[in-house]
Design a binder for this molecule. Structure first.
Ligand code: ADP
Ligand code: MG
Length: 731
């Protein structure tokens, strides 16, 4: 790599800026304030509420938060006033209703606490009404036709179950209130509302199973989520020198670096100092916001990392996950880094996912997907587990559709992420138990043998009953399921809504069967469970696959089994219009047909917009950056050849010919891409999505191929874009 600049290009400037980088971030010190004191420091959490609210009001709030009881709106004034006092003490000047539109991003509308009296003085004000409801003019958010701009009213509604928090800025702080965002007719315009509805549905159905097992304390059953976030960090100078990263979040050009990830030397390697200092600061901010971040490590690709929190109730985990992405980006910028959450920022290297660990549990039952040491004896666990298997089997298409996006298409099915085929990994122990159930009663569980390493100084470990499987999209991982197909840039709300609802439906089915078979006689329960479980396993076992999901054999085998293989977003999204899916969401009041339809429209539109933006950037970069570099080099080569000839020396024209031919390929491919994009604009969004997928994307790829081939031959000092090697390895 050359660092001397002859062209003074943005690329060369970026390289020297990176090499001369000096941290300007202030050093943080934990020796004075420990992390346990920082935890929740900026959250209006239960201990803060308890200290600041009258007892009766605190109790009433907790009932809604913990037990899902109806919110008593009459307490809002008192809560708002306590919240305001707390926020003012924390330096707040404004409050913001935070909401989660269908873009998958986080939106916020800020209002000042300041209220002029009209006589030149002012007070601060925050009423219960202002806490409960806001009316952002959110008419420009995608709604898939639910709300026309002329009927633009949309309301934000306080979600009391997700705590308010203070967002800090160097120049002031803001009280943030998580809210649901609905139209004036009460239809969901956001990602949060269906999460809350689906959690309610899951609780209702789970209670019926618990009742059959004599567990009637009614403790709220919540779905729990632990999302692992993968992301890349590269120097900001490179980011700003690449219009593709800046506008599309991924590189649309770039020849592979001579050294990629083949040595696996980055995976779990020592975290580079500059990156670690960024992580420490980001985590500090997250801890103050009550996000229980736990794990950090290097991922497989160079420049790739992961952060994972301890699991929480699904709704809070979703809000926190949004904040994790925001904080990573914000703090990275402070450290001169760009955080890339795109699913595939770099071709040829692993992309990023967001594994969503899912379970269900209650305060009295704990984690209801914990099998214990002898799962064959744990009938309640087996019922819930079988319900999950049945749900995934029946709704493969839906699960695939909720992880469909333009970005995730580059990842799913590549040999690094689970395939687009939805299947379940159960592991040896559970597979064995269910096999026994299939043919009769289960009377044994494969025991967990202690793990012996053969070194006396190392302690013996209890071995896990099953190995891990990294290639399965939906894996049982000991006491939860891990949905691994979710993309790193997505909100986890959609996947959680789907999981909660399909499993609620499946639990409903199980409860109905068991209630009918026992009709109140608990002595019949075991027999009823045995026949229910064997029926479910017989019907749904094709969804279980413990082998290598990356292999070609699996694709052939899955086809034989009749499993769906929806390869692209264009194939997957229409599953949302499946009558089975419409009926599912309507039945459990999670999404009405109209709400679902509006989501489908919105997601199709997002896909097409993304592809179109990428196509436009591809054309622009190819024309204004890559072609000029290539033709300059061609000019150099041509004049050298002419000079040699004039001097009577016979030159070699191989490179000139190669460059000339690649330039022709490049120009032709640009024209083809322009023709392809001109063909966009179908009336029906599904047709448009199909068109973009089948015509625009391949045309973009052809431009890239020509450009990347040029990158490999054009003189390095003329090349305008930071290369893969530079972005991934210069820190
Ligand atoms: P791995 O990379 O081995 O999958 P991690 O520690 O990175 O493991 O992530 C595991 C995630 O699973 C964590 O976020 C953890 O909190 C979460 N998890 C553990 N138990 C549950 C549960 N009962 N419900 C939901 N998530 C859970
Ligand atoms: Mg994991």
């Amino acid at each position: 790599m050359s660092t001397s600049s002859t062209s003074g290009s943005a690329r060369q400037a970026a390289i020297s800026a990176v090499i001369n980088h000096e941290s300007s971030a202030e050093a943080l010190d934990y020796s004075g304030t420990s992390i346990q004191d920082l935890f929740n420091a900026n959250v209006f959490c239960k201990p803060t509420m308890k200290a600041r609210l009258p007892k009766s009001i605190y109790k009433s709030l907790v009932k809604t938060i913990d037990a899902g009881e109806k919110l008593d709106a009459s307490i809002a004034d008192v809560v708002a006033s306590a919240m305001k006092d707390w926020a003012l003490e924390k330096g707040a000047t404004h409050y913001a209703h935070v909401f989660y539109p269908l873009t998958g991003a986080t939106a916020e509308k800020h209002d000042s606490f300041l209220s002029p009296n009209g006589d030149g003085t002012a007070v601060t004000e925050f009423s219960g009404a202002q806490l409960i409801q806001g009316e952002p003019d959110g008419s420009s958010f995608p709604t898939g036709g639910i709300r026309q701009t002329f009927e633009a009213r949309g309301y934000t509604i306080w979600d009391v179950t997700s705590p308010a928090y203070i967002l800090e800025n160097e120049n002031g702080t803001t009280l943030c209130i998580p809210t649901a965002f609905v139209s004036w007719t009460g239809e969901a315009l956001d990602k949060k509302t269906p999460v809350l509805r689906s959690m309610q549905a899951l609780n209702t159905q789970a209670q019926r199973i618990l009742t059959l097992f004599g567990q009637t304390d009614g403790a709220n059953v919540a779905s729990t989520a632990g999302p692992e976030q993968e992301y890349f960090l590269i120097d900001q100078n490179f980011y700003y020198a690449r219009p593709d990263l800046l506008n599309a979040g991924r590189t649309l050009f770039g020849a592979p670096a001579p050294k990629g990830q083949e040595f696996d030397d980055h995976y779990f390697g020592a975290i580079p100092d500059r990156v670690l200092s960024c992580m420490l600061e980001a985590e500090r901010e997250m801890i103050k916001l009550g996000i229980p971040v736990k794990t950090r490590h290097n991922e497989v690709a160079p420049g790739q990392y992961e952060i994972a929190p301890v699991f929480e109730s699904a709704n809070i985990a979703t809000d926190h996950q949004q904040l994790v992405m925001i904080m990573l980006r914000k703090v990275a910028a402070k450290h001169g880094l760009a955080c890339l959450t795109h699913e595939k920022p770099f071709a040829g290297l692993n992309g990023s996912g967001k594994h969503v660990n899912w379970s269900l549990g209650s305060s009295s039952q704990g984690n209801m997907l914990d099998p214990g040491d002898t799962p064959h004896k744990n009938a309640q666990f087996l019922v819930f587990c079988a319900a999950v298997i049945r749900a995934v089997y029946n709704h493969q298409g839906l699960l695939r559709s909720v992880v469909a996006s333009a970005g995730n298409d580059h990842r799913l099915g590549a040999n690094e992420a689970p395939p687009a085929i939805i299947s379940i990994f159960l592991g040896d122990q559970l597979t064995d138990v269910f096999n026994q159930i299939k043919t009769g009663a289960a009377d044994s569980s494969i025991a967990k043998e202690p793990l012996t390493v053969g070194v006396d100084v190392l302690p013996p470990l209890p071995m896990d009953a099953g190995d891990r499987n990294r290639t399965s999209p939906f894996a049982f991982t000991g006491n939860r399921f891990e949905f691994r197909a979710v993309g790193s840039n997505q909100s986890i709300a959609g996947p959680l809504v789907a999981m909660n609802t399909i499993i609620a439906e499946s639990i409903d089915y199980c409860a109905t069967q068991l209630e009918a078979a026992t009709s109140g006689d608990s002595s019949k329960l075991n027999g009823a469970i045995q026949s229910l479980l064997s029926e479910i396993i017989n019907e749904c076992e094709t969804i279980i696959f413990n082998g290598d999901g990356y292999s070609d054999e699996w694709h052939a085998e899955a086809e034989k089994r009749g499993l769906l293989n929806l390869k692209t977003t264009a194939d997957a999204l229409p599953a949302l219009a499946d009558p089975k899916v419409i009926a599912l969401f309507s039945k459990y009041n999670v999404l009405s047909e109209r709400e679902l339809e509006s989501r489908l429209e919105t997601y199709l539109e997002q896909y097409c917009m993304t592809v179109n933006v990428e196509a436009n950037i591809t054309i622009e970069m190819a024309k204004t950056m890559i072609y000029p570099a290539a033709s300059r080099y061609q000019g150099d080569l041509a004049s050298t050849a002419a000079n040699l000839k004039a001097a009577g020396i016979e030159g070699d024209s191989t490179v000139l010919n190669e460059v000339t031919s690649l330039i022709k390929t490049l120009l032709d491919s640009i024209t083809a891409l322009e023709t392809a994009t001109a063909g966009c604009g179908a009336d029906c969004m599904q047709d448009e999505t199909r068109y973009c997928c089948d015509n625009v994307l391949p045309a973009m790829l052809a431009v890239r191929e020509a450009a990347d081939a040029l990158e490999a031959v054009v003189a390095d000092d003329l090349w305008p874009l930071p290369t893969y090697q530079e972005m991934l390895f210069i820190k």
